[in-house]
Design a binder for this molecule. Structure first.
Ligand code: ATP
Ligand code: MG
Length: 256
């Protein structure tokens, strides 16, 4: 009798897409009996396990499709290495409240100070919380938009960058853009303005964006929209990539 019932539960679970329950129905009921769970507790446990598994699957898949270069988290960020960066500011951003406000974040600073790492860590946290995310370098973004334009698919490609709740655009400033490319960036920023958050990293100050974007008027229009609702984080410390070499240098100096 109970075999028949558990077979039927498995069948129903399959039809409902409760894949975890299909595999664990016997285990769950045995555990409920041993632990003498109430009906409520039992039902709670079944739904919680199913949801937990579904969530972690969604998180894993979303990370795979996110374009993120790695999945480092804020716990791995060594704030002691950047004493001028206020950890509270970053932890405030990690509450993800900026996403609901459709506000932006810009991370500015020289190479190796952790701009991309913080952008990635915030995106990972957003993804875990269920927000859609996408990561791209500015170079890649512009290359794809250009290719799409050449084949008459510009709007569709642009729409792909408008969809995620959080769009990370990494490395503004390393490669200069021409006017047509800057115009595409303007379209992106103005379409996302007050609709979705962007996290931008740049090694250039805003004053230099005119030369990066090849056009002062477009740069001003882009910055106007980007910065209207925006947390600006400037990191002006040493490069983490040179951490060990810096230690060698200071060690060497201490000895002389
Ligand atoms: N404070 C830190 N604690 C731990 N790891 C760090 C820290 N800062 C940077 N890193 C690590 O150092 C490397 C360089 O950091 P990151 O890529 O974030 O630099 P960046 O500011 O984006 O530099 P670039 O302008 O060259 O792109 C990465 O592997 C990153 O994870
Ligand atoms: Mg970087």
């Amino acid at each position: 009798m109970s075999e028949l019932v558990s077979a039927r539960i498995r069948d129903h679970a399959g039809k409902l897409g409760l894949n975890h329950l299909i595999e664990t129905v016997d285990q769950l009921t045995t555990r409920a009996e041993t632990e003498q769970l109430s009906y409520l507790e039992f039902l709670d446990q079944v739904l919680e396990e199913e949801l937990g598994l579904r969530e972690s699957r969604r998180f894993r898949n979303a990370l795979k499709l996110s374009g993120l270069p790695h999945h480092k988290t804020l716990e791995q960020f060594d704030f002691a290495f950047q004493p001028d960066l206020d950890p509270r500011k970053i932890k405030d951003l990690a509450t993800l409240e900026f996403i609901d406000r459709r506000s932006n974040i810009t991370l500015l600073g020289p190479p190796g100070v952790g701009k991309t790492m913080i952008a990635v860590a915030l995106a990972v946290a957003a993804c875990q919380a269920g927000y859609s995310i996408y990561f791209t370098s500015l170079d890649d973004l512009v290359r794809r938009l250009r290719a799409a334009e050449a084949t008459g698919r510009f709007n569709r490609q642009l729409a792909a960058y408008l969809r995620p709740a959080v769009l990370v655009v990494d490395e503004v400033g390393y490669l200069p853009l021409d006017r047509a490319e800057a115009n595409m960036v303007f379209q992106l920023v103005s379409r996302r303005y007050e609709r979705g958050s962007m996290i931008i990293t740049s090694n250039k100050s805003f004053a230099e964006w005119g030369s990066v974007l090849g056009d002062d008027v477009l740069a001003t229009a882009i910055l106007d929209r980007l910065l209207h609702h925006c947390d600006v984080i400037s990191i002006n410390g040493p490069s983490y990539r040179l951490k060990d070499r810096l230690a060698l240098v200071t060690g060497g100096e201490a000895m002389t």
